[in-house]
Design a protein around this ligand. Sequence first.
Ligand code: KG4
Ligand code: ZN
Length: 345
Amino acid sequence: MSAVLLALETSCDETAVAVLEGFGNVLAHEVLSQAPIHAEFGGVVPEVASRNHLEALPHMVNRALGRCGCALRDLSAVAATTGPGLAAALIVGASAGKGLALGAGLPFLAINHLEGHLLSPFFGEPEIPPHTALIVSGGHTLLFDVEGFSRYRLLGRTRDDAAGEAFDKIAKLLGLGYPGGEAIDILAKDGDPARYHFPRGMADSGDFQFSFSGLKTSVRRFLERGELFDIRDVCASVQAAIVDVLVEKSFRAMHENHRTILSISGGVSANSALKNKAESCAFNESVILRTAPQGLHTDNALMIAYAAAHHFAAGARQGMESDIVPNFCEKDFGRQPDRVGVLQS
Ligand code: KG4
Ligand code: ZN
């Protein structure tokens, strides 16, 4: 019989619970976004996020178990995101997960949020093929060469703002509210991406590093000039500046590593210009482009359950000692405490 896993995700401002059987049979999947609460503050307030996770989580877990007709003791393990993310938010899901596992005598698996994103385009599949992986979320922009599950080599990351952070900060400058990535995406659909030229950070650096803070400064200076502008053209031009570098570096990473599959995950992978540009490049080069199924681009617990299913199948059982790790740590990425040393260095 396939493993049945309960997964909790509370790394930022989404409270999410999922129950997954095997690698793809969804028994429960619920996401509660706190975005409207934080919009008032123009960004996520960690303590507010924490309190809201604490309030919502017990009901959501009960509902999820009720929906799939499972008692806790019938499950194979409990998993929760333990990092990266906001410490005050992570601690809620991680502690709840450990408590539930301990109470029911189940193993606990500590899952890396970014590994959840990275694997999400392959949701449902028991094998992860060799590929190049671009993760573009609100907090991270990371490019990996992937040999298979748990075998990840970091090629590059952002030096400053993440791609999603750039979308959000620029949306704020434009008065589009928080989070603003989707708002820019929608307005850009009717805009001219060639109307304004904004800088493509580190486009010619010859490596796989990214930088988006110069773009934000450039948009701020543009707005300070006080000229009349069409917001749809500004959105389309900003979006093109972000998308161009992401796609160019991802395809170069693929060529250098002789990969024929590119995965793009994280909240920004929902962006239509990014998808369109990556799709047309993939078509021209006979490359296979993988993105997450609908609803799994932004934060959710199914991707955490799916990553946990891979770790569980590989023999991981002992996450109970794991603490939360708010920052991204390259050394431990994709590893479980009881499997350290088994994997490649
Ligand atoms: O992966 P995610 O849900 O949370 C983190 O792990 O950070 O990503 C959230 C980010 C936000 O910055 C949001 O503005 C961005 O994803 N985002 C988008 C779109 N939808 C969400 N950015 C551009 N275009 C979109 N359609
Ligand atoms: Zn995320």
